[in-house]
Design a protein around this ligand. Structure first.
Ligand code: PMP
Length: 315
């Protein structure tokens, strides 16, 4: 697929990808002064429908990220939901997609700051399949890069510039032969993966770092907590987790919009459980898969249908 075949949303209108370029001096490009979201859409062949997952939660989080950057989004969450649905319908997608809204400081001038800089919002949606090739047990390592503290850069905001932290950790891990990095906070507690939240199962209890561990408070994380409690009747504990607790876990998995729910097979060369996907990870991942594909009527509220809402027949 050629990028220029895509219809994107930029400067308040739907345009061709190539008609929505940004200039070299764009503030957000030079200083990382932007915030973004990653949203997924799942194509259901049987229903001939593209289900967009958790639009409201993502756009509410974007609004908070924007507020932290002293930005005012040009649209409300409801408007952004409508624009995103229309964007997908205009592209006529009949496959899974990844949607990337970005709000950024758009002024083309020199001078790092947040105030008094013009802003822009773009939304691009692209065909997308999986994030990790390995569905069975990722090889992970604890990174020597620490997760940036909230006192350094707001951890709970999805800020473009913050992702240099993730990129450093991810490339180090992959160049050392691992699939993914696990970052610790400055005080040595487990924070998260480079672009995923982390959970561990020990003695039938689900543990995950609490929001004070400099995590990005993931939309998928919140869903997994509620599925584990409601559907599996599990106790879920949000607390500080030590590195060595990872080594003794029965199961570990990552959660995120891009990755879904993916098992960790080893940490620092120590096998987790059997090394393959454990029973809790399997139950949650299978449940999540059915829900996001529109096969669980009780969870239809997580999804926004693209074509039904638009009443646009699929070409
Ligand atoms: N942490 C980081 C650093 C991320 O980039 C992501 C992906 N957005 C997550 C966690 C998971 O968040 P979500 O479930 O909202 O995708």
């Amino acid at each position: 697929m050629e990028l220029n075949d895509l219809i994107v949303y930029a400067r308040g209108a739907f345009r061709r990808y190539d008609d929505a370029r940004v200039g070299l001096l764009t503030h957000g490009l030079n200083y990382g002064t932007g915030c973004f979201e990653g949203i997924r859409g799942y194509w259901n062949e049987e229903d001939q429908e593209l289900y967009l997952l958790h639009l409201r939660e993502h756009y509410d989080r974007l609004a908070i990220s924007a507020k932290i950057l002293l930005m005012a989004l040009p649209h409300t969450t409801d408007e952004l939901i409508d624009i995103t649905v229309e964007l997908c319908a205009r592209n006529g997608f009949k496959h899974n997609v990844y949607i990337r809204p970005v709000a950024f400081k758009s002024a083309e001038d020199i001078g790092v700051r947040l105030h008094g800089v013009s802003e822009a919002l773009t939304i691009v949606a692209v065909p997308y399949e999986g994030y990790f090739a390995a569905a069975e047990g990722l090889r992970t390592c604890v990174s020597s890069w620490r997760r940036a503290e909230d006192t350094i850069a707001p951890a709970r905001a999805k800020i473009t510039g913050n992702y240099v932290n993730s990129a450093l950790a991810k490339s180090d891990a992959q160049r050392s032969g691992f699939d993914e990095a696990i970052l610790l906070s400055h005080d040595g507690h487990v924070s998260e993966g480079s672009a995923e939240n982390i959970f561990l199962v020990k003695g039938g209890v689900l543990y995950t770092p609490d929001p004070a561990q400099n995590i990005l408070e993931g939309v998928t994380r919140r869903c997994v907590i509620s599925l584990a409690q409601r559907e599996l009747g599990m106790t879920v504990v949000e607390r500080a987790i030590d590195r060595s607790e990872l080594y003794g876990a029965d199961e570990i998995f990552f959660t995120g919009t891009a990755v879904g729910i993916v098992p960790v097979g080893s940490v620092d060369h120590r096998q987790v459980g059997s090394g393959a996907r454990g029973p809790v990870t399997r139950s949650l991942a299978e449940m999540y898969d059915r829900i996001v594909n529109g096969r669980e009527p009780a969870y239809r509220g997580w999804l926004t249908p693209t074509y039904e809402a638009q009443r646009v027949p699929v070409a």
